[in-house]
Design a protein around this ligand. Sequence first.
Ligand SMILES: [Zn+2]
Length: 247
Amino acid sequence: MKLLKTKAIVIKKTRISEGDAIVTVFTESSGKLRFWAKGLYFFRNKYHGMFESGACVFLTYSERGTQGLCFFNSCEIVDPFKGIWGELQRMFAAFYFLELVDSWLKESDANPSVFHLLHGSLSLLEGAGSYETLVRVFELRMLALTGYSPKLDACVLCGKGPGKSCLCFNFEKGGIICSHCSDGKAAGPKVSPGALAFAAKGIAISGRHIERLKIPRGLAQEVEILSHHFLVSRLGKKLKSYRFLEL
Ligand SMILES: [Zn+2]
């Protein structure tokens, strides 16, 4: 059987017996996959403690068997991101990133850009003072890299630019609606030009520049509408780890 090698980030492990686990990872080259780790919970197992959530590993495996599970061969730690796990809010943010990737992407949906986003965000999380910008940019980049960016530069109905007034954000249409088109009716929550400008920057920014961004004062809730609430509306379900985040 042909062996495949890739970097992977551990999303979760599920215990299925006294010693065994099903491990879900997000790989750089082949997207999300699951494998059966036999005897993982036994202390003498070489890989015991290696598949902690959020750890980046170098994985050798072979293709799926009949149950959709890959065959695990070997693994070594690349980066355990230990700095995340000593502080509760950092930890919850990491769990949120992992749950989002797990929920948003289907198995084998390869997306190396999302892998680099996740890897870069976990790395930034280790040293981040504030997590709010990091969380919002992660959500906005995730939408962008999977083809679901909200339309923020023009009204989704008439194509007119946003100007300087507050506009409605419509979840169903996935973008802003101008006052003329909404015609006084509630087409969605109001968003100001400042929140739209931040979200547009968040969508376009590359990893190493994230720390330069800051959510404008007083606009945190509007930014949350354009990033988190829009994402949840597309996903069709809430994410469990989000309620633990104090943003
Ligand atoms: Zn319009």
